[in-house]
Design a protein around this ligand. Structure first.
Ligand code: 5GP
Length: 115
């Protein structure tokens, strides 16, 4: 059974794709926590960071984040977050990183934009 993100990638349910390559697809988050909030999703249905295979090239999310940051003009910075497992509040079991930016962000561990 396809995950929510795979269904978006396949166009079965709507989603706004802002970047894609052979390894990852980046989708605008439906409930943004910053002016820019993009989910960088692996095309492979890896449930989470804990299930990432030991072998292989795992730089795809980082490389995509750099490109998306440039593409979206986030010259003053952005944050990359991966929630892994229950304690981190992961809700979609398909490996993804949150790219947050477009405003001055709160400190580490705080949510969203600084007030
Ligand atoms: P997690 O909590 O697993 O780290 O992140 C899951 C993210 O997926 C959340 O930020 C949530 O807002 C987002 N999300 C949940 N359902 C949808 C959806 O149907 N479309 C999009 N674009 N994002 C979604």
């Amino acid at each position: 059974m396809a995950t929510l993100f795979t269904k978006i990638i396949n166009g079965e349910i709507p989603g706004e794709i802002v970047y894609q390559n052979e390894h990852v697809v980046a989708i605008k988050d439906i409930q943004p926590m910053a002016p820019v909030h993009v989910l960088i999703v692996t095309r492979a249905e890896i449930p989470g960071l804990s299930e990432l295979p030991d072998a292989g090239d795992h730089t795809h999310i980082l490389n995509a984040a750099k490109k998306i940051g440039e593409q979206l003009g986030l010259t003053s910075g952005y944050r990359l977050v991966i929630n892994n497992g229950v304690d981190a509040g992961q809700t979609v079991p398909h490996l993804h990183a949150h790219l947050l930016g477009g405003a001055k962000l709160g400190g580490f561990g705080e949510e969203g934009v600084e007030h």
